[in-house]
Design a protein around this ligand. Structure first.
Ligand SMILES: O=c1ccn([C@@H]2O[C@H](COP(=O)(O)O)[C@@H](O)[C@H]2O)c(=O)[nH]1
Length: 303
């Protein structure tokens, strides 16, 4: 089954459009894990990140369709961190979750092929074999072709940066040429690349990233890319709310997943959960925050 159909099935199975972002940070790990780190070595922190992410996966595996490990936090630890990233991806797969690795990778076509194989390929050639990868479009169509190819071969998917959630993204993405913005041009390219690749759910493997922090543009991008799944970051910690993401969904409640990282994985720090669960019961805080997000989204999206 292609990635688009697998994502649709996972959303329908769990009744959730929440994607839990796995962004481990040393200073925000629950004390019980932070205090167990034996020394300041990368190996010790990598083991802590793995444990933290595995425990989150155990909590959310039946209540969300997918997780999104953020490669940056693992890379920060060097080789040990990248081993940990592979372990987390495999663990999530073992628990039945789809994995969207957030790496924002790309390069000239011949190098992009290596990224595609590393993150979406098969077996030993893919140490971080995920279901999907975030990809930059700024090297042009030839840089996206290797990802299109591997999506066809491996039934994988990509989420290409269209309109990112950060305040400064407009500097380049909102630039106009030939009567359209850069992000509109990227959206049109994704629609072209999805041609002939549409699954039973009506979507193809070439997805898009559009931030919850730009609700008007999200509505326009839903219309411009009727066959692209949209990954919507920026919910929660960046200020995006349920009403802001409504425009990303189709009439069946499909077509988008909404990511939240800090507000879920560090829920033990949030005022509303801190007193009830505290640091010691941080997993219950993760569960409560995930259920809360599912409910908030459930009131606007029926799947
Ligand atoms: O436009 C984008 C693209 C990616 N991200 C990533 O999503 C998460 C958001 O984390 P929060 O803690 O929920 O803010 C993080 O990994 C970003 O690198 C994004 O925010 N915006």
């Amino acid at each position: 089954m292609n990635f688009a159909d697998r994502l649709a099935a996972a959303v329908q199975r769990t009744g959730s459009v929440t994607c839990v972002g796995l962004d481990p940070r040393k200073a925000q790990l629950p004390a019980v894990i932070r205090n167990s780190v034996a020394d300041e070595s990368a190996d010790a922190w990598a083991a802590a990140y793995t444990q933290f992410c595995k425990e989150i996966i155990d909590v959310v595996k039946d209540i969300v369709p997918c997780v999104k490990p953020q490669a940056a936090f693992f890379e920060q630890l060097g080789p040990a961190g990248m081993v940990a990233l592979g372990q987390v991806i495999r663990y999530a797969h073992g628990k039945g979750l789809l994995v969207i690795t957030d790496g924002k990778r790309n390069d000239i076509g011949s190098t992009a092929t290596a990224y595609a194989q590393a993150y979406l390929g098969a077996g030993d050639r893919s140490p971080w074999g995920s279901d999907s990868l975030t990809v930059s479009p700024y090297l042009g169509q030839d840089s996206l072709e290797p990802f299109v190819k591997i999506c066809d071969q491996r039934e994988a998917g990509v989420f290409v940066l269209v309109k990112t959630s950060n305040p400064g993204g407009g500097l380049l993405q909102d630039r106009e040429t030939d009567g359209q913005t850069v992000y509109q041009r990227v959206a049109a390219l994704l629609t072209e690349l999805n041609q002939g690749r549409i699954g039973e759910c009506g979507y193809g493997p070439m997805g898009a990233v559009v931030g919850a922090t730009y609700p008007e543009q999200l509505v326009a991008m839903r219309a411009a890319m009727p066959q692209s799944w949209i990954l919507i970051p920026g919910f929660g910690a960046q200020g995006g709310a349920a009403d802001d993401v409504l425009g990303g969904f189709d009439s069946k409640g499909l077509g988008a997943v909404v990511n939240s990282s800090r507000h879920i994985i560090f829920a033990h720090e949030r005022e509303e959960f801190r007193e009830k669960y505290g640091d010691a019961q941080w997993q219950q805080a993760v569960e409560a925050a995930t259920n809360q997000m599912n409910q908030q989204l459930g009131t606007i999206v029926k799947v």
